[in-house]
Ligand binder design. Structure first.
Ligand code: SAM
Length: 204
């Protein structure tokens, strides 16, 4: 699809328009709003870490709901959001969780209540390749979540569906008391993406 056509499609998209009208940086903000109204993963006062957070729609929603400590991590810079800390870092790096911990220390926070990941690879259009790159990001997000979450904490991650999906779902299931896959209405109709929600982290 050409650039002009993609831009035209975006203009037509209702969630894109609503995001503009309501001051959200991305249409993705509505995915988190829909996930949260169904699963209640973020509550008032919760400390939230958002992985793959640029341009910051989920960070805006997380801050609005929790009002607490909110940290966003991305390869890309994230323009300032009042009361939100950001970190430019690769979430697949071995020491990514240590970097987030350094930021958490500023707030005397040892653990967080929620880890979110909406991280996406650059889409190649080759379904299985994109799926495996998305799976790698999910593995990185789950690893960070298991290092940072308090007992009983919550996790949300996007994954592009494909052959490793089942294994990953099972891995989340082993770590959380409740696990569910969910496709919010704000996801594009023919998208391969789905969100896995894990609630009640089993801290070992
Ligand atoms: C769909 S966007 C996230 C949108 C965001 N949830 C929002 O509401 O604005 C996916 C993001 O994942 C980030 N990303 C991809 N790979 C990453 C990695 N290895 N480390 C950190 N961020 C990554 C991309 O830079 C991109 O900004």
């Amino acid at each position: 699809m050409g650039k002009a056509r993609r831009a035209a499609e975006r203009r037509k998209d209702a969630f894109y328009r609503m995001a503009k009208e309501q001051g959200y940086r991305s249409r993705a903000a509505f995915k988190l709003l829909q996930i949260n109204s169904k699963f209640n993963v973020i509550k008032k006062g919760y400390a939230v870490v958002d992985l793959g957070a640029a341009p910051g729609g989920w960070l805006q929603v997380a801050k609005e709901i929790s009002g607490g400590v909110v940290i966003g991590v991305d390869l890309q810079p994230i323009a300032k959001i009042e009361g939100v800390e950001t970190l430019r870092y690769d979430i697949t790096s071995e020491d990514a969780f240590e970097k987030v911990k350094e930021v958490l220390r500023k707030f005397s926070c040892e653990h967080v209540d929620v880890v979110l990941s909406d991280a996406s690879p650059n889409i190649s259009g080759i379904w299985s390749y994109d799926h495996f790159r998305s799976y790698e990001l999910c593995e990185a997000a789950l690893k960070i979540a298991t290092k940072l979450l308090r007992s009983g904490g919550n996790f949300v991650t996007k994954i592009f569906q494909g052959e490793a999906y089942r294994d990953f779902y099972e891995e989340v299931r082993r770590n959380f008391a409740f696990t569910k896959a969910y496709s919010p209405q704000a996801s594009r109709k023919h998208s391969a993406e789905i969100y896995i929600i894990g609630k009640g982290f089993k801290l070992k």
